[in-house]
Design a binder for this molecule. Structure first.
Ligand SMILES: [Zn+2]
Length: 391
């Protein structure tokens, strides 16, 4: 472990060391150093980024024989190199990783719920808990306890012990499955687990921990959470959102949800009222059209911006008053429907006849619709249908 500077000094951001090997692989360079500040991907924690002699580090991984390989787009050369860590990214990892330890510890110690998985990426951090149903009350209580432990600023201790010592360790949440010495991460006198990641030195550095959402995954519960600066950013975003909403509704933060719910209720009421008014309007219009009808065909052109529902309501109202073939258009679309006691088939009529006018559509015996490239062609089609049926 002597060549893992990220373990010995996890807060070190610059380090000079020697290149051991640099091999070209498919246009990139796989570089092994005498010592490194770059954490390789592992244990749910992503690899570090940064610069080696000002060349960006694209990825860092550990081989089966425990060599740490840095992938670079250029050859850093031989001899001494200066390594500079992307500290912002690393500290985000350290906060969220240590935050995971605290969340897992509280769920295990207070509620006997084990952690089954942990995932950290640039976008989010998640924790899979072995519990099918996590009530909001339990989640809130656990979250409060975790934040209390943050504020106690407990030291995070890191040490190596033998497999035999592991058996005697009273704080260990999980027994490791190895024979060699094992790295333990202990939150002072509260919780300990074997872990290979990087962590903050005291829990206070995690800052706020906030669970953002939960999700059911294969009988478990997945928590999405944020720590420190990310939790603050999330708070700021939500604070702005609530403030803007409260301003729009001339309400306080506390009352804005009630105001939104009341507005939604009002909107539903207005929609119901509008539907009734439309129904009455089209009933009135249907009566007029039927009174003026000279034959079995009724044609009506609705406004181009009328909705399709309006055409269907009007057709229904007309057919309730007698036996007709009704053609109602909205823009370049026309709807055909009939309840005549003969073999007239709207779908077949459209299929055989509409294409002469460039129309495309179809339907069934009692209802069809067609779309035309122009209103002029639509009118020609409608006239020809009227002539055909009335003759
Ligand atoms: Zn850890």
């Amino acid at each position: 472990m002597q060549n893992r500077q990220y373990y010995l000094h996890p807060y070190q951001t610059e380090y000079s060391t020697e290149v051991i090997t640099s091999n070209g692989v498919e246009g990139q360079y796989h570089v092994v150093l005498a010592n490194t500040v770059f954490y390789p991907e592992g244990g749910g924690q992503p690899a570090d980024r940064g610069l080696i002699n000002d060349i960006p580090v694209l990825h860092v991984y550990e081989t089966a024989d425990q060599q740490i390989v840095h992938i670079l787009p250029q050859d850093p050369g031989q001899g001494e190199v200066l390594c500079r860590l992307d500290w912002q990214r690393r500290f985000y990892h350290m906060q969220h990783h240590t935050g995971q330890h605290l969340l897992s510890a509280v769920f295990y110690r207070k509620y006997n719920v084990q952690t089954m998985g942990f995932h950290l990426s640039e976008q989010y951090a998640t924790l899979d808990l072995d519990i099918a149903v996590l009530t909001p009350e339990l989640l809130t209580a656990a979250e409060q306890e975790v934040n209390r432990l943050v504020q106690q600023n407990l030291p995070v201790k890191i040490y190596f012990i033998s497999a035999a010592e592991c058996q005697q360790h009273a704080l260990l949440r999980k027994q490791p499955q190895v024979d060699s010495d094992i790295r333990i991460v202990e939150i002072d006198n509260y919780d300990a687990v074997p872990c290979c990641g990087t962590h903050v030195a005291n829990t206070g550095e995690i800052g706020l921990i906030k669970v953002i959402k939960t999700e059911k995954v294969r009988g478990m519960t997945r928590l999405y959470y944020r720590c420190g600066q990310e939790a603050y950013r999330d708070y700021q975003f939500k604070h702005d959102l609530v403030t803007n909403l409260a301003n729009i509704f001339s309400s306080s933060d506390q009352e804005v949800l009630d105001r939104v719910m009341a507005e939604l209720e009002r909107k539903s009421e207005l929609e119901r009222e509008l539907k009734n008014v439309k129904q009455q309007l089209f009933r009135y219009e249907a009566n007029g059209l039927v009174a003026q009808a000279k034959g079995r065909v009724i044609i009506h052109y609705l406004d181009a911006d009328a909705d399709i529902d309006s055409a269907q309501i009007l057709i229904k109202e007309i057919l309730a008053l007698g036996h007709f073939l009704v053609l109602v258009s909205v823009g370049n679309r026309v709807f055909l429907s009939h309840n005549l006691e003969d073999d007239l088939d709207c779908g077949a009529l459209v299929k055989t006849h509409a294409s002469e006018y460039g129309g495309r559509g179809g339907g069934k015996k009692d209802f069809a619709q067609v779309f035309f490239p122009s209103h002029d062609l639509l009118q020609q089609f409608v006239s020809s249908v009227e002539t055909g049926v009335e003759k």
